[in-house]
Design a protein around this ligand. Structure first.
Ligand code: DGL
Length: 269
């Protein structure tokens, strides 16, 4: 691959959820310029077919390749489960592709504290069985139980966060007997870190809640070092944010994670 450290990091998600990953990348790698694409016109991906999610992901990959990104980070679990191989094939020698599932599953599989782990995510992610397969591949001794929690994304997108409605929905899902006795819970959706503390509170802070944004940012740093692609310039990069449709939620979240006024551009793909 003929890539250079000065090229940018392309990150995409169905919407604003991937901003949790982008924020972790910005905090860990402040010299790297990020180009973020939120496919808000097609959100949610979670209840769409694999083919559809793949098609959307390929279009976004084309866009990020045009923007000369050295990395394409799929900051969406649903797209990571449905389209990782297709995105890698599309990117070929032109960019390195990273997903959000591998870093989290490797982290869990390598940690001997976990005997029984729960996974919560969208219908697409959970029905793909990707988390269970990948954890078991590394460590067959861990019991993995997974649960579809499809109301959480619309709940968060509608701003029901840290209130009675979200408490009731979270309680209903996490009280499912499948999840009894887990010592770790993977947030297998990039929207869920937004309600991470609410989830930790449900468990009285006694169960480890694994947020893929932090482990994914660490993985990205390792990959950049390994390929000699880390940007060491002393500068403050101007990140770019694209959405396929404007939403208030995206703008609010982007400003929250990226501190300042975010210059949002509309690009329908
Ligand atoms: N952020 C997406 C994920 O990680 C979920 C949102 C959606 O359903 O589009 O799976």
């Amino acid at each position: 691959m003929n890539l250079s450290p000065k090229q940018t990091i392309g990150i995409f998600d169905s919407g604003a959820g991937g901003l949790t990953v982008a924020a972790a990348v910005k905090n860990l790698l402040p010299n790297e310029k990020i180009i973020y694409f939120g496919d808000t016109a097609h959100l949610p991906y979670g209840d769409k077919s694999k083919e559809t999610v793949k098609n959307y992901s390929i279009r976004i990959t084309d866009f990020l390749l045009e923007k000369q990104c050295k990395i394409i980070l799929i900051a969406c679990n649903t797209a990571s489960a449905a389209a990782y191989e297709a995105v890698k094939e599309k990117a070929g020698e032109n960019a390195i592709v990273i997903n959000v599932i591998d870093p989290a599953t490797e982290f869990v599989a390598q940690n001997s504290d976990f005997k029984k782990v729960g996974v919560i995510g969208t219908k697409g992610t959970i029905s793909s069985g990707t988390y269970t397969k990948k954890i078991k591949l590394f460590n067959d001794n861990i019991d993995v139980v997974s649960l579809q929690t499809p109301l959480l994304v619309p709940m968060i997108e509608e701003g029901f966060i840290y209130d009675n409605i979200s408490n009731a929905i979270i309680k209903e899902y996490l009280s499912n007997e499948k999840l009894n006795g887990i010592d770790g819970l993977i947030l297998a959706c990039t929207h869920y870190p937004i309600i991470k503390n609410q989830i930790r509170k449900f468990y009285n802070f006694k169960t480890t809640v694994i947020d893929s944004s932090v482990v994914t940012a660490k993985k990205l740093k390792e990959v950049l070092i390994q390929h000699k692609l880390l940007n060491t310039e002393n500068h403050i990069p101007e990140h770019e944010f694209f959405v396929s449709d404007y939403t208030d939620f995206f703008e609010t979240l982007a400003e929250m994670f990226f501190d300042d006024k975010v210059n949002l551009q509309k690009k329908y793909l």
